[in-house]
Design a binder for this molecule. Structure first.
Ligand code: MEV
Length: 456
């Protein structure tokens, strides 16, 4: 890693409830975010500050209040009663480290990006790669709008193509019925927009699949589109003469794409040879699914961390990303090329089904604080940042893999983990970690020995 290459670990936060997972939240609630805007996301030496200093800095830069920061800075303060109502059989919470990625500028606006993740180097890598883009305007993002697809499966249809015709003929009435299910979404400018029908062959015979396309605005939209699909089912049965079985959203959210472009500075990357290496590393992913799986995983390292921090559904994001990458043969979600000046130009195209209303985003106090720190006002603004972080993460991984490898950066942080596990605290952690890395002997036993020596 280059430049600011330490982990911006500033708090242990984001308590995930433990229990049997199930999401039963209302997405219809209206919302209003008070926007905060950071003037500049470059915070020199952020990683060198103590945790308390980092918290102060974020308060100072974003305008978030100390009260709002409280659950985030001391996860023990997250009310278990809140978590208890999120899922079933709650016994406690699972805490992840929460870091801040710096240097992000997306569509001309600066952001401090909260990332909840257990893996070392991810936050530092994203911050570094974001820094390489700043000279060239940061990240530029566009989207297709927040359109979610819901599927209604009709089986036992004796004349499937005739049934398809009947459904399409009733399209306007079906869309109206869908919209009746969610007047609040419609009030906020969303709602069912279109409907399409396909006949598919399957091992149990032909099926008529109706797909409802719904603009879910600032909601992730799972509840909204599932409710609509369920409401349409009796009508679809009448129109097809068949039986409706499944009524559920598709996570292949290919109508909810975000496209981001960034120019990574040639000099900051380390010159032409490094760029050659990055492009060859990317070409490897494009040519080989075994490599491509890891390449795309690296993108999701960054995306998921922000998705989790903001209380969104990272399984939906994973499913969407990998299924979208598989359309037409599994390939990279990113592309790389050179601009006329020899800089590296990266682009990413990725489904991004995230929201700001409903679910944990609104209920979990840490997620609420993270959204406030980000200062995003719409789900699409959040989606733009997520795709930008994915691209940054990937560029950083390519840069490291095509040069010194990732183990060096990983090792330094791993050594700190090991030192802490051995009982070191405060300054001791860094001293012991450095010593172990120097000796190339990063083990708890060795950490204990050094700790004993240093403690006299
Ligand atoms: C590790 O979590 C992610 C990487 O393996 C991604 C990649 O190989 O591109 C470094």
């Amino acid at each position: 890693m280059h430049g600011e290459s330490d982990l911006n670990l500033w708090s242990t936060a984001h308590s995930e409830p433990i229990g049997v997972p199930a999401f039963l939240f209302e997405v219809k609630a209206s919302h209003y975010w008070v926007s905060v805007m950071v003037d500049d996301s470059r915070i020199s030496g952020f990683y060198k500050l103590t945790r308390e200093e980092r918290i102060k800095k974020v308060i100072e830069l974003t305008g978030i209040s100390e009260e709002e920061m409280k659950p985030l800075a001391s996860p023990g303060d997250v009310d278990l009663d809140v978590l208890e109502n999120m899922i079933e059989n709650v016994i406690g919470s699972m805490t992840l480290p929460l870091g801040i990625a710096t240097n992000f500028q997306v569509n001309g606006k600066d952001y401090l990006v909260p990332m909840a993740i257990e893996e070392p180097s991810v936050v530092a890598a994203a911050s570094n790669a974001a820094r390489w883009t700043r000279k060239h305007g940061g990240f530029s993002a566009v989207d297709t709008g927040p359109i979610m697809i819901s599927q209604i499966q009709a089986i036992g249809v004796s004349a499937p193509y005739s049934a398809k015709h009947e459904i399409l003929k009733a399209k306007e009435e079906l869309l109206a019925l869908a919209n009746e299910q969610d007047p609040i979404l419609v009030k906020f400018g969303g709602g069912a927009r279109d409907l399409r029908v396909k006949v598919i062959d399957s091992s149990v015979g032909p099926m008529v699949i109706t797909e409802l396309l719904v603009d879910t605005r600032d909601a992730m939209g799972a509840n909204a589109v599932n409710t609509m699909a369920e409401a349409l089912a009796p009508e679809i049965e009448k129109l097809t003469g068949g039986r409706v079985l499944l009524r559920i959203l598709s996570n292949l959210a290919d109508q909810r794409l975000v496209r981001v472009k960034a120019v990574f500075d040639k000099e900051l990357l380390g010159g032409e040879e490094v760029i050659d290496g990055i492009i060859a590393a990317w070409a490897f992913a494009e040519a080989d699914p075994y490599r491509c799986a890891t390449h795309n995983k690296g993108i999701l390292n960054g995306v998921d961390a922000v998705v989790i921090a903001t209380g969104n559904d990272f399984r939906a994001i994973e499913a969407g990303a990998h299924s979208y990458a598989s359309v037409g043969g599994y390939s990279s979600l990113t592309k790389y090329e050179r601009d006329p000046d020899g800089n590296l130009v990266g682009t990413i195209e990725i489904p991004m089904a995230v929201g700001l209303v409903g679910g944990a985003t609104k209920v979990h106090p840490v997620a609420r604080a993270c959204v406030k720190i980000l200062g995003v006002e719409t789900g699409l603004e959040l989606a733009h940042i997520l795709a930008s972080v994915g691209l940054a993460q990937n560029a950083a991984a390519m840069r490291a893999l095509a040069s010194e490898g990732i183990q060096k950066g990983h090792m330094a942080l791993h050594a700190r983990n090991v030192a802490a596990t051995a009982g070191a605290r405060g300054d001791m952690i860094e001293k012991i970690a450095k010593q172990m890395v120097k000796e190339k002997n990063v083990k708890v036993e060795r950490a204990k020995e050094i700790l004993a020596e240093l403690s006299g």
